[in-house]
Design a protein around this ligand. Structure first.
Ligand SMILES: [Zn+2]
Ligand SMILES: [Zn+2]
Length: 229
């Protein structure tokens, strides 16, 4: 590693921090480099990739651009894995499509961790970090990325706060701090589990939005059948 003119860390590309992460591109285990979210979009800032936000890790080795003004969703996760892995009371994650991100620096300095298998190979879903300064960058899921917005330039401005404002909390019963912000608090995954009362901390039976929708659809189906009879 060496420092560039702006004081950002840069790697020569020949110092693999993880066995997949080097400047080689010809091995089967290097295929991730050609796929989103790691695919380098050509002409950065040009017509092919409209830059709305820029972000970087603490040491500057990893830098990226985002082409979407607002995340698809933004959430706080209170699960114990997030608490431990972020050294923080909860995780803040903003969901983007894999095509919305363009890594402009440090492509070869990414490190992975799969919390399920406790493995550092690129197996989805996994956590993605800067392999040098260890700043968490994002969680890579099978279809989406969950980006950590505190790396984004301008996130602590009115515009940044507004664009990345959370819609809900998840895994709230595992919390280490109470947050009374009036936003929906889910027992598990957002939209797929019962809500938890913000004041009492109690689970509210029958509030799972996914189950409610499925029940409505079943009842509607039965109603239609009756009409046909
Ligand atoms: Zn870094
Ligand atoms: Zn979590």
């Amino acid at each position: 590693m060496y420092n560039d003119k702006e004081g950002n860390k840069r790697s020569e590309g020949n110092e693999p921090h993880q066995y997949q992460s080097s400047n080689q591109t010809d091995r089967p285990e290097d295929q991730w480099k050609f796929r989103a979210p790691y695919k380098i979009h050509d002409s950065s800032g040009g017509k092919n990739f409209d830059v709305k936000w820029k972000g970087k890790c603490h040491c500057g080795a990893i830098q990226y651009e985002l082409s979407r003004e607002k995340p698809l969703a933004s959430k706080y996760c209170h699960c114990t894995t997030c608490q431990r892995m972020h050294g923080a009371p909860f995780q803040w994650a903003a969901i983007f499509h894999k095509e919305d991100i363009n890594f402009t620096n440090g492509h070869n300095d990414l490190g992975w961790y799969d919390p399920t298998a406790k493995s550092t190979t690129h197996h989805l879903p996994c956590k993605v970090q800067c392999a040098y300064c260890r700043t968490p960058i994002m969680d890579e899921g099978r279809n989406m990325i969950l980006l950590f917005p505190t790396l984004i330039e301008g996130i602590n401005t009115e515009k940044g706060r507004k664009a990345f404002e959370v819609q809900s909390h998840m895994f709230y019963p595992q919390r280490v701090v109470d947050i009374k912000d009036g936003k929906p608090k889910f027992k598990g995954l957002a939209g797929e589990s019962n809500l938890v009362d913000e004041e009492t901390g109690e689970e509210l039976e029958g509030t799972n939005p996914k189950e409610k929708k499925e029940k409505e659809e079943r009842e509607k189906g039965e109603g239609d059948k009756k009409k046909d009879e």
